[in-house]
Ligand binder design. Sequence first.
Ligand code: PRP
Length: 179
Amino acid sequence: MSETQPNEPKVLIPEVRIQERIQELGREITKEYAGKEVVAICVLKSSFIFYSDLLRQIDLPVSCEFLGVSSYGDRRVSSGEVKVTLDINEPLEGKHVLIVEDIVDSGLTLAYLQNNLRGRKPASLKTCALLMKPESMKMEVLVDYVGFKIGSEFVIGYGMDYAGKYRGLPFIGYFEPGH
Ligand code: PRP
């Protein structure tokens, strides 16, 4: 794929399928955390839409925290360096923490986050990711709840961007090779 301005994205996962899967994830999380309070961490920026949809499908007391990290900048390939752009000030010690990510691509961001958050001594630490790219992963990271496994295509929409654009698309899209 070139780094030139792409054309119209194609639909990889339609809106209705995303919402169905989120309902299933919400039910699973509600069941597994029954009787517990959860601290759900939204990994900014791109998880914000998935996070807000998922949260409304979890029938438990949930505290919301926001953590900003970035490693892609305007590129389609990770820079290899994870930068914290916004940290959580609340203590997480003894809490049941759920990381909510839109996508695990190389796994670098999640490996960094899990390591960072484990250091804050939560009672438990799990991860829910809407998308996972098994063929692109460069690190071994455990993802407890996965929405969809996809190929190595660069995806946009439903919170995810290319050079800051396309986050508002209601579906998950991709660009055809050559665009
Ligand atoms: C994206 C995504 C994940 C990360 C996954 O964030 O939200 O956090 O990349 O990629 P990895 O598994 O290769 O590390 P990005 O750096 O694009 O920042 P953004 O969420 O602010 O768009």
